[in-house]
Design a protein around this ligand. Structure first.
Ligand code: MD3
Ligand code: FE
Length: 200
């Protein structure tokens, strides 16, 4: 694979392949109750990535970013975290040396043309917990930088089934995703990314 070595980052290539169809079915079940939507961010922009959540949800609106137990579209709690999600996140984190029980999962859906600008994940309560990410569907070019926005970034391709555990000094690093290119994949012409968090 690619030469990408950073303290705090464990790349588990293909770790989710054995569960891919169960994960996609669980994503669709979550989305049936809490549909994917393009959130509006402070400043008024509409995210090109469509999102939903299981467990504690990440929410953006014109007032800011926060974690919330409730889906603002329905006023109801976000769907429970599917057991196939929890089990995979726990097993992946264990490989990297963490005893990790996430309380939330942000589900991102990238259609061709969607991207996510360079940002830090700093709305969570506990930075000693890692973030576990799972990529499904079309490949994406992920950018990983340092603790300052101006630090140089490394590019790394994340493929269907790849799982990454981001802990320690990597936890607060800037990161983003380049514009998704159109393509074909058995699960559909898009990319899903699950990010498991200890939000509260
Ligand atoms: C490194 N998602 O949802 S996953 C996000 O592919 C997010 O959808 C991207 O960044 C995606 O916030 C990237 C890899 C990832 C996720 C969270 C991180 C890397 C991270 C948090 C801290 C450090
Ligand atoms: Fe992020």
């Amino acid at each position: 694979g690619e030469a990408f070595e950073r303290e705090g980052v464990a790349i588990l290539r293909g770790f989710a392949l054995a569960d891919d169809m169960a994960l996609v079915a669980a994503i669709k079940a979550v989305a049936a109750a809490a549909p994917f939507r393009h959130m509006i961010v402070p400043g008024g922009g509409r995210m090109s990535v469509a999102m939903t959540n299981a467990g504690i949800g990440w929410v953006a609106d014109t007032k800011g970013y926060r974690y919330d137990r409730l889906d603002p579209l329905s006023g109801e709690p976000w769907p429970d975290m599917p057991s196939v999600f929890l089990d995979l996140a726990h097993r992946a984190a264990a490989v990297a040396g963490f005893d990790f029980t996430p309380d939330g999962c942000l589900i991102n859906r990238y259609e061709p043309g969607a991207k996510m600008g360079l940002h830090q994940d700093i709305n969570e309560g506990d930075y000693s917990a890692p973030i576990v990410s799972v990529s499904l569907g079309l490949p994406a070019t992920f950018q990983f930088g340092g603790l300052k926005r101006s630090d140089p970034v490394e590019k790394i391709t994340l493929h269907h089934g790849d799982v990454v555990v981001w802990g320690g000094p990597a936890r607060k690093a800037f990161h983003g995703v380049l514009t998704l290119r159109a393509g074909h994949h058995p699960i559909g012409g898009h990319r899903y990314n699950l990010t498991f968090r200890k939000a509260l």
